[in-house]
Each structure stands twice: as C-alpha cells, then as structure tokens.
Design a protein around this ligand. Structure first.
Ligand code: SF4
Ligand code: FES
Length: 248
C-alpha cells in the first residue's frame, strides 16, 4: 500500500505546531501502525531531517505508552485495540491518515506526538497501592475472595493507563482511568482497609491535575483498548460518596 500521512509536528510546548505531509510507500498489510511509522522515520533520518517523535514500549498492548490519535480517534477506533496492535490491513491503499497527539490540558505536549502523562502517576501515588506488613508468605487461598469480586477486580486491573479515555472525552475527564484503578483495589479484601482514603485522595488528585468532569458521554469506554466499562465510574462515585459521608 501507498499512503499519505498528515502528521502533527511540534518542536516543543512553546512553539506552534502544524501538520506535515509524508508519503508512506510499500506499506505491508501485516505491519503494525508503529512499524509503519518506524519505516517512515528511517526515510526521514536518511534525508537528514528530524524523525517524528512518538511513544511506544511493549508494542503488545500492555504498557500503555503508545498514544496516537489516528483519523481523529484515540488508538484509531478499532474496538479493544491499542495503537501498537493496530495493523495496516485496517487501511486502504491510497488513503490519507491524520496522526495527532493526545490533546488535553493535563497532558502537556512534549514533542510531536509525545505528551506528558505523569499526571496519571501522581494520581496513582495518592492511593493506587495497598499498604500492608507482608510478613511471611501466606498460605494459598487464605484470604477468600468472592468470585464476582475477583472477576470484576481483574476487569478493572486490565487498564494500561494509556490516557485514551482522556483524549476522547470532550471534557478531558480521567474518570474511567481513576475508576478502574480505584475499583481494582477497592473490590478486593486486601484493599478494603484503605478503601475510603483511596477513593478520596485519588479523585482529589485527579481534580488537582486539571482533568475535566465526567458527563457520561461514553466516549472513554468506546476508545478504551482494554474495554474498561463505564460501570466502574458508577462504582467509584459510590465509593467516593460513602467516604465523604463517613467524613474520612
Ligand atoms: S481506562 Fe482504558 S483508555 Fe483509559 S487509561 Fe485505562 S486502558 Fe487507557
Ligand atoms: S506500546 Fe505498550 S501498549 Fe502500545
């Protein structure tokens, strides 16, 4: 396939950005989207120009680093698929593809397609953990976990922290991410001791980082590569409300 790419180029947060046009030639349908960009970058480097900066790490859908808005949709709009797992067979020969960074005030741009997502790290630091004296190795199954709770916690734990939910939301809300992280731990017996504090502190940090409010449009769930359900937002709101009522 031969494709035309319109790529957002911006040297840093202080300079204005613009779309630059590149030709991607002889693209194989089995290439991932990032491999296609690697090949385009090789040609850019051969011309002595600055390659396109973009994030990636695992390239197998588990780290959450890849973060491209492809044709206006975070991760490209294929259900349950992160950018690194999007294959070029999804595109047609001759197509023009626009590629942009996540756009949200709480994710300031660093360069080209790379944004700073450390706001998510700071939210996790406020409660995305369990404080325990671990002692010796516990016997297997010594803490009974009800199957529905285990299943639901596992679904929430699938969140890879990519931030597509924020990028898709007209309010740049981080509710789906925070709800997944709060619920993952609050559902388990090991996480219950810090349940109230976790919900309060993580939500407060989310607000302090400048993420917007949730108006339940569902755009976050639609683009989430791990298909995290909106139901976790309802659950987090309940946990948060209970914590407020307890005056924690
Ligand atoms: S909820 Fe989904 S879209 Fe949001 S950070 Fe987690 S994996 Fe990414
Ligand atoms: S590069 Fe790790 S999830 Fe895409």
């Amino acid at each position: 396939m031969n494709l035309t790419l319109k790529v957002w180029r911006q040297r840093n947060a202080n300079e204005a950005g613009h779309f630059e046009t590149y030709q991607a030639k002889n693209v194989l349908e089995d290439m991932s989207f990032l491999e296609m960009l690697d090949v385009v970058n090789e040609e850019i480097i051969e011309r002595g120009e600055e390659p396109i900066a973009f994030d990636s790490d695992c390239r197998e859908g588990i780290c959450g680093m890849c973060s491209l808005v492809i044709n206006g949709i975070p991760h490209g709009g294929h259900k349950g698929t992160a950018t690194c797992q999007l294959h070029m067979r999804r595109f047609k020969d001759g197509e023009t593809i626009t590629i942009e960074p996540w756009r949200a005030k709480a994710f300031p741009l660093i360069k080209d397609l790379v944004v700073d997502r450390t706001a998510f790290d700071r939210i996790i630091q406020k409660g995305g953990f369990i404080s325990v004296n671990t002692g010796g190795t516990p016997d297997g199954n010594s803490i009974p976990v009800p199957k529905p709770a285990a299943d639901s916690a596992m679904d929430a734990a699938a969140c890879i922290g990519c931030g597509a939910c924020v990028a898709a939301c007209k309010n740049a809300s981080a509710m789906l991410f925070v709800a997944a992280k709060v619920s993952h731990l609050n559902l388990l017996p090991q996480g219950k001791a810090e349940k109230d504090r976790r919900a309060l502190n993580m939500v407060n940090q989310m607000d302090a980082e400048g993420f917007g409010n949730c108006t339940v449009t569902g755009s976050c769930e639609a683009v989430c590569p791990k298909e995290i359900s909106l139901e976790f937002i309802a659950k987090m709101n309940r946990d948060y409300g209970i914590a407020i009522l307890k005056g924690k």
